[in-house]
Design a protein around this ligand. Structure first.
Ligand code: ATP
Ligand code: MG
Ligand code: MG
Length: 348
């Protein structure tokens, strides 16, 4: 038993809390919203701002270990949590993953190949970045992006004004467009003793910048890139003294795996592991932060496909209930366009 603190109240926290409950733990959720997917399934919750150090310290005093399920939470105030209880993954991982420039430098230092990139924090610097990186390219905010938000694509340098109007005024990075055939994620869990387990890599397809489907097994072109990508992800985890689940997104190219970004948490592209693997990403995250041995990541069948239910897609839930072999997950959110409402996993 014991109380696990979860910072962030979304569906990742919900599925973490459900895995924790299965192992006999209770969860205390800290989030700015009065209610949400994670609070609704947890034993206790605190409504508080992510920068309220006093509230965070009081929250920390009520838990035995803490984790976060969201990388757009300010890292400095979380020092109030880390001072009171073990906080995993370590804050250095959060700091690295929430700044695209720090993240790319760090990944490169671990031997990862990345897209060509340049800092583009002013209109003048965007011109210089375009000269350095070329087109096509993507202008991204350095921080706070998710689900493809905070990005603008440039086909040619003539698109610079429009891209700047979309993103400008915030710290930004210009990335060369990677001509990839397929993209995938490497999800691993690293235990307190440094041991690492990998799930099968999922092939990810996006729709309107949001993950649409994740499929295991991935295409042969991805499998060919996988040893290199896994080695990179392991170096990343080791360098951060990581404890918990970490997710690393890659593009599969003719030259090999190209690092896109990392998330210091369980990942949408790993939801298939709930039914598709012996131990889910959520359970192994809980095991890791609680100092338990990690569970097997072996496939339960020959593979799985996970489809996100975005916005109105969720209204089709009766169809999924009626479909034999479809595993429906709903997060209990009010329907809103572009919002992740749930997902369906089918084993194959
Ligand atoms: P997430 O919800 O995964 O956190 P995000 O908002 O942080 O997404 P990215 O992962 O950077 O955004 O980009 C979203 C998608 O856009 C990628 O999965 C990929 O399909 C495409 N993309 C991003 N960067 C590049 C690039 N440099 N070249 C080609 N495609 C890219
Ligand atoms: Mg991201
Ligand atoms: Mg991404």
């Amino acid at each position: 038993g014991g109380m696990i603190g979860i910072i962030g109240g979304g569906q990742l926290g919900r599925m973490l809390a459900m895995a924790a409950a299965q192992l006999g733990y209770r969860c205390h959720v800290y989030s700015p919203e009065a209610s949400g997917p994670a609070t609704e399934v947890s034993a206790a919750w605190t409504q508080g701002r992510y920068d309220d150090r006093d509230k965070l310290a009081a929250f920390a005093a009520s838990v035995d270990v803490a984790t976060y399920e969201f990388e757009n939470v300010a890292a400095d105030p979380l020092e109030a949590v880390a001072a009171a209880v073990p906080l995993y993954p370590p804050l250095v991982a959060l700091r690295t993953a929430q700044d695209r420039i720090v993240e790319k430098r760090f990944a490169a230092a671990q031997g990862a190949r990345t897209a060509a990139w340049a800092e583009a924090g002013s209109r003048e610097r965007l011109n210089a970045a375009l000269a350095a990186v070329g087109t096509p390219a993507i202008l991204k905010t350095v921080r706070f992006g998710y689900d493809g938000k905070g990005q603008a694509r440039l086909q040619t340098a003539a698109d610079a004004d429009a891209a700047w109007r979309t993103i400008g005024g915030q710290p930004a990075i210009l990335e060369g467009f990677v001509a990839f055939e397929r993209e995938f994620s490497v999800i691993l869990a690293r235990g307190a003793d440094g041991s690492i387990v990998h799930w099968d890599a999922a092939e990810n397809r996006h729709r309107d910048g949001i993950l649409d489907t994740s499929t295991v097994p991935a295409h042969a072109d991805i499998i060919a890139c996988l040893p290199e990508a896994r080695a990179t992800a392991e170096r990343i985890a080791d360098a951060l003294d990581y404890i918990g689940v970490v997710s690393v997104e890659f593009f599969a190219t003719a030259d090999g795996a190209v690092f896109n970004e990392m998330a210091p948490r369980v990942h949408n592209s790993g939801h298939w592991t709930i039914e598709g693997a012996e131990t889910s990403q959520f359970e192994n995250h809980i095991r890791a932060i609680c100092g338990l041995p990690l569970g097997s990541t072996a496939l339960t069948r020959s593979g799985a496909t996970m489809t996100n239910l975005i916005g109105d897609d969720a209204l089709r839930w009766p169809d999924y209930l009626a479909e034999s072999g479809a595993h429906l997950h709903l997060y209990g959110k009010a329907v809103r366009a572009g919002r992740k409402m749930g997902h369906v996993t089918r084993l194959i």
